[in-house]
Design a protein around this ligand. Sequence first.
Ligand SMILES: O=C(COP(=O)(O)O)NO
Ligand SMILES: [Ca+2]
Ligand code: NA
Ligand SMILES: [Zn+2]
Length: 311
Amino acid sequence: PYVDTKVILENADKHGYGVPALNINNLEFLHYIIEAGIKMNSPVIIETSQGAMKYAGNGDFRKGAEIFVKMVRTFADEANIPVALHLDHGKSFEYIVAAIKAGYSSVMIDASEHPFEENMKITKEIVKIAHAAGVSVEAELGQLAGIEDEAVAAENVLVDPEEAKIFVEETDVDFLAPAVGTSHGAFKFKGAAKIDYDRIKKVKEYVKRPLVLHGASSVVPEFVEIAEKHGADFGGAKGVPAEILKEAVKCGINKVNTDTDLRIAFVAGLREFLNGNPKEFDPRKYFKLAREYTIKVITDRMEVLGSAGKA
Ligand SMILES: O=C(COP(=O)(O)O)NO
Ligand SMILES: [Ca+2]
Ligand code: NA
Ligand SMILES: [Zn+2]
């Protein structure tokens, strides 16, 4: 069924597991995520960035939002796993309102590049509007470095747990994304992979609601190697190892945002297949390996996060 993201995340919070929040831009990735969820009997959170809304609507983001809601609901209504649709990194009021109007389960207001008071004020406004429409809200505190779709944050600014306490009390936001050392994309961490577990625990103690880890892709070496064997150049790619994700879930993370891992698995399969099948040009066939690898990276993640078997 199609559910509110809050339903999925409150259950994850209660039972101490993580749920993958998986970014899509098109029908294929949605297919693969639903297949993986059904195979593993796992709840799934589908999420789209503002750029994905624009892309799906061929420039018209309101149309894109409607297309995504209709596609996701069609799968969700007949799947026996909970499925939610979330707007990831909502920064513009128009996009957030469009997602709410179209029927998204939840929206993120990402005002994290603003000063604390400003972030709190903006988030409070969005919570009021979203809650009036029965939609749950995610906000971000602190800054992740790396590319955030349309904005590039320079440095990591880790969340201040005391600020998180005030922020959640003031805004009544449903889930919080604390910056704890990860960053978006395939090139995370300057040195060894590490995130600030104590900071996650402190925030959890204060806010007592589901937490979100952004920049959580593992950048799985197996798929990086396949992609590079077939012409990709991902030199220096590094992600969050599974062990660190497991510990982060133990510390209180419940929504685990994963975009890069799906992209790398897909493009590895696509490159391998096209290199090995020069005569193939049927789009129902040449995504075969891309589909296989993307489903694999998702089912593995559901095992690591503990959402497998929890639908
Ligand atoms: O945070 C993410 C995805 O992060 P990755 O680039 O690590 O997949 N989406 O909001
Ligand atoms: Ca941000
Ligand atoms: Na999000
Ligand atoms: Zn993110």
